[in-house]
Ligand binder design. Structure first.
Ligand code: C2G
Length: 154
């Protein structure tokens, strides 16, 4: 295996298969995978609302077999410092960031990997919100109708 060090960043809220797929493919690029997980304070700066607090998101990412090290992502400017500090060979992100970090090419290789379609933390949150909107009354009404139907068919 090529002894390259890979660096990536993300929020990793409500960890899902899209996150897992990306980390797996990143690990395939080299030997050591470092993941910067955005702190709750930094997510506020990014205008991103998260469900899972930083320490839990960091623990989950750290437990993924493809991940060798987790560092906190606290501000946008730390990437150059981190690339130098950890002697990074490849900086990588999902394709939704295509081109956004090309300025890092003067420090290391920069790659964007195709996102996994059909899954995102935002979509999961929207689905949960929709579900919670269904209030109890609706459920009771539906239950009564089903009971009546069951009774009619017995
Ligand atoms: N991702 C993916 N497929 C999905 C969803 C996400 O490949 N279906 C990738 C994203 O492209 C990103 C990583 O998973 O590279 C983490 O995604 P987010 O948690 O949404 O990260 P984000 O909030 O965009 O933070 O400084 C960069 C930021 O920290 C990136």
């Amino acid at each position: 295996m090529i002894s390259k060090t890979i660096l990536t960043y993300g929020t990793y809220d409500m960890f899902h298969v899209g996150h897992l797929e990306l980390l797996k493919r990143l690990k395939g690029l080299g030997l050591k995978l470092i993941v910067g997980v955005s702190t709750d304070e930094f997510n506020e700066i990014k205008g991103k609302k998260t469900i899972i607090p930083y320490n839990q998101r960091a623990s989950i990412v750290d437990a993924i077999q493809y991940v060798d090290m987790v560092i906190p992502e606290e501000h946008w400017e730390q990437k150059v410092e981190d690339i130098k500090k950890y002697k990074v060979d490849i900086f990588a992100m999902g394709s939704d960031w295509e081109g956004k970090f090309d300025f890092l090419k003067q420090y290391c290789e920069v790659v964007y990997l195709k996102r996994t379609d059909g899954i995102s933390s935002t979509e999961l949150k929207d689905k949960l919100q929709k579900i919670s909107k269904i209030n109890l009354n609706d459920l009771n009404q539906a239950f009564e109708i089903l009971q009546r139907l069951k009774h009619d068919f017995e």
